[in-house]
Every structure is written in structure tokens, then in C-alpha cells.
Write a protein that binds this ligand. Structure first.
Ligand SMILES: Nc1ncnc2c1ncn2[C@@H]1O[C@H](COP(=O)(O)OP(=O)(O)O)[C@@H](O)[C@H]1O
Ligand SMILES: [Mg+2]
Length: 219
């Protein structure tokens, strides 16, 4: 589902962050990328998501060569095919939980009745049935992150990406979030990539790689 080949990135004036990065992730597989702070995990994930450009190499998702799309093509592709979970949740405080979870459907022009149904199913799948009318601020951090997981998969994207999704959570909520993420990747048949500095979080994945010394290799 995801095929990354020969990816290289350096920032202007900086040394190479990484080079010759290859990564293949199957549909329904969750891969973790472990690495120290500053190793380049977020940069790598953002390139895979089409939010950033590599200096060399290709990113393919299904039949789409993402690395060859122009900015408009990238924006359209992301909206349809990518779900992203961030460390700091990034829920919109003035929208309800259901409106937050349904945003990708709204952006993709899915009709209201189908949106309601799919949002309900997505919230139920992360253990938040019946919370749709709440505001994010009335939820715990763990619940907020599970709303973010629901939002990341509600439009059935090909790619589900998570950048330190448990960085702001205690152990119990971290475990619940990772389980929700893992179950969603399996259920929707997405390619999942989780980047984290935490070996405990990485252990939730089917396969663990490490980004270190500018290379991505089995952990
Ligand atoms: N837009 C940018 N311009 C220049 N340097 C950057 C930029 N983004 C990140 N970096 C640098 O790249 C390195 C890796 O950052 P990052 O990918 O965020 O690592 P990680 O997520 O593993 O902590 C850091 O040294 C960071 O300062
Ligand atoms: Mg990071």
C-alpha cells in the first residue's frame, strides 16, 4: 500500500537528516518508527503525508506517485487518502466531538446522512459512542486522542499516520489510544505508520524500525 524508495532529506545548510530510506507497509499493517528526538521522524512522516518534500526518492501510495504531485494535487490527495494523528490532538474547540470526527467527510463532500452514520460508527469503534454532542474541552486527554483517531480513519484513508500520538498521555490512556489506532488500521485496511521515541508505544505495532545514524533499519 505504501512504498517509499531512496528517500533523502537535508535542511538548507544542515547535514543530511537521512538518506536511502526505504519503507514498505502493507494494507492493514501498523509499522512503528522509533528514534531519538531530532532523528528526523516527524520530517520523514511529513514527507510520506505529502506535507513536506524530499530531496531525493519516491513515495507511492497504492497507484499514486505522491512525490510527483503538484501542490494542488497533493492537497486533494491528502484530503481523500491520509489520516493524521498528532501529539497535541489538534481538535477544533468550537466544534462538537462529532463535528471534529466528521471533518474529513465534510471536506470530501460526503452527504450529511452518511456523515452522521459513519461518525457514529467511528466514535463507537474508539469507545466514545454517545459523546458526539460534547465539546472536546469536556473530554480527558485520552478521550480527545481517541476522537483524533476516529477523525483519522472516518474517511477510510489509504494511509493512517501518527506522530508521537501518546506523547501527552498517561500509560492507561496511551494504551487505549494505541489499541484504537491499531484496530482502526486493521479494520479499514490502511497502511499505518506510527513514529515515537517510546519503545512501549512502538511495541503496539506489527513491526518496529529505528531511524538512527541517518538510516532506517529494523529495530
Ligand atoms: N523546517 C525545518 N527547517 C530546518 N530544520 C528543520 C525543519 N524541521 C525540522 N528541522 C530539524 O530537523 C531535525 C529533525 O527534526 P524532526 O524531524 O522534527 O525530528 P524528530 O521528529 O525525530 O524529533 C531537527 O534537528 C530539527 O531542528
Ligand atoms: Mg517529532
Amino acid at each position: 500500500m505504501l512504498a517509499v524508495r531512496g528517500l533523502a532529506k537535508s535542511w538548507p545548510g544542515g547535514d543530511a537528516l537521512f538518506a536511502q530510506v526505504d519503507l514498505a507497509v502493507a494494507a492493514g499493517e501498523l509499522v512503528a518508527i522509533l528514534g531519538e528526538s531530532g532523528a528526523g521522524k516527524s520530517t520523514l512522516l511529513n514527507i510520506v503525508a505529502g506535507l513536506d518534500r524530499a530531496d531525493a526518492g519516491t513515495v507511492e501510495v497504492g497507484d499514486t506517485r505522491v512525490s510527483a504531485l503538484d501542490e494542488d494535487g497533493l492537497a486533494r490527495w491528502r484530503r481523500r487518502h491520509v489520516g493524521f494523528v498528532f501529539q497535541a490532538f489538534h481538535l477544533l474547540p468550537y466544534l462538537s466531538v462529532a463535528e471534529n470526527a466528521g471533518l474529513p467527510l465534510l471536506l470530501n463532500g460526503v452527504p450529511a446522512a452518511e456523515r452522521r452514520e459513519r461518525v457514529q460508527a467511528a466514535l463507537a469503534s474508539v469507545g466514545l459512542a454517545g459523546r458526539g454532542d460534547r465539546r472536546p474541552a469536556s473530554l480527558s486527554g485520552g478521550e480527545m486522542q481517541r476522537v483524533a483517531v476516529a477523525r483519522a480513519v472516518v474517511h477510510r484513508p489509504a494511509l493512517v499516520l501518527a506522530d508521537e500520538p501518546t506523547g501527552n498521555l498517561d500509560e492507561t490512556n496511551a494504551a487505549a489510544t494505541l489499541e484504537a489506532l491499531r484496530a482502526a488500521v486493521k479494520r479499514e485496511g490502511a497502511a499505518g505508520v506510527l513514529v515515537t521515541h517510546s519503545p512501549v508505544a512502538a511495541a503496539a505495532a506489527d513491526r518496529v524500525l529505528r531511524l538512527a545514524g541517518r538510516r532506517l533499519a529494523p529495530a
